[in-house]
Structure formats: structure tokens, C-alpha cells
Design a protein around this ligand. Sequence first.
Ligand code: NAG
Ligand code: NAG
Length: 220
Amino acid sequence: MKSIYLFFTAFLALASCAFAFDPSPLQDFCVAINDTKTGVFVNGKFCKNPKLATPNDFFFSVKEGNTSNPLGSKVTPVTVNDILGLNTLGISLARIDFASRGLNPPHTHPRATEILIVLEGTLYVGFVTSNPENRLITKVLNKGDVFVFPIGLIHFQLNVGYGNAVAIAGLSSQNPGVITIANAVFGSNPKISSEVLTKAFQVDNNIVDNLQKQFWVDNN
Ligand SMILES: *[C@@H]1O[C@H](CO)[C@@H](O)[C@H](O)[C@H]1NC(C)=O
Ligand SMILES: *[C@@H]1O[C@H](CO)[C@@H](O)[C@H](O)[C@H]1NC(C)=O
């Protein structure tokens, strides 16, 4: 009897090690503070009394995105910031509109895997695996085709069809986040020092200056 008790105690101790984990962050960072009165609530948002929930807490209407910008694409995210009822549920979506040859430029979602379906048009899509392989995995998608972009990996979508294109992306976080590579590297505020960027990209100052002077469109 005693040995069974010991066995279960050991099993529970092991199980709690195996299954205990920190919750994934739902924002970029959360610096700790000493005084709770000066802080904000994380991880996620405060919850409404469920008895007071209304249909509109679970509803949002997505309009066609305006693609009149230098990228020729517009992402309309529908996250917990748009549908408060998504809080704690771990999913969101985005509608992506593309003008002819429109591009959703290389970017990553730090907190979500993406699954994308093409509703209209033809997209050339791809993602790059991590170092050291950095393998590019691409596919041309037509209406009805679905593609997956694994969490954290840099990916893009280019409209290679003749007309407009529309896609819907499902994302495995209520707040997936977006880091557009060019905007983050060349459009950061304040600027990254040119010594960092000239060495990193193996180019001279002029090129870095030029890139830092561009207006980096945010299509989100
Ligand atoms: C937190 O509070 C303690 C006690 O007041 C103090 O010694 C410590 O420096 C504080 N830590 C930070 C990071 O502010
Ligand atoms: C789309 O955006 C462009 C550029 O900002 C603007 O001039 C145009 O009026 C917008 N079109 C619509 C239908 O909102």
C-alpha cells in the first residue's frame, strides 16, 4: 500500500513537471513592476461578466481592403482588438486584398501559425526555414488552395494573377502580432546604427542611408 502511495506521489511530481508550462505571451513584452498600482493587466484582457455578453461581443464585419498604396495590398486583421469575445480563445483571422501584382511583403507573426485560403485570384506564396538551412518553400496558389506558414517564420504573398486577389488567413493567437522585415530593419524608430546595418547586409553606407530614408508602407 505504502509503495503504491509512493509511486503515485512520484508520478504526480513527474506529471506536474511534464505538463506545467508558462503561458505564451500575448503581447510583445511584459516588464515586471514592483508596485501593482502602476501596472496593467496581462496576459490578455480583463473579462466582462459573462451574463453581460452580447452578440456584438462575438461579431465584426470585414470590408474590402483599400490596396491603393505602393505595395498594392491591404491586410485587415480581425483580432481580440476587433472582437473582444476572442479573448483567451487563441485564434484570429485576417482578410488580405491584393491589387494586380500586389505584395504582402516578407513578415513574421511572433505569436501565431497562419493557415491561408485563396478566395479569388492567384498568389505566389512562400516562407523561409530557420538557420542554417534558410530553405525557401514556395507554391503558386489558386482559388480554393490552402497553405500553412509555421509560427515565427518569414513569409510573403504576391499576386501573380491578372486581376485582384483575396485571401483569408487564420491565425493561432488572439493577438498574433506582425513584424514586417523591411519596416522593422530599415524603418525602426529610432534608426538602427548604419554600422550595424552595413555589416549585417554587407553593403556600403549609401545603400543603408537610402533604405533608411524610404517610407516603409505598413499594409496592416
Ligand atoms: C523593487 O523593490 C525593492 C524594495 O523596495 C527594491 O529594493 C528593488 O530595487 C525594486 N526593484 C526594481 C527592479 O525596481
Ligand atoms: C484608398 O486609398 C487612397 C490612398 O490613401 C485614397 O486616395 C482613396 O480615396 C481610398 N479609396 C477608398 C475607396 O477609400
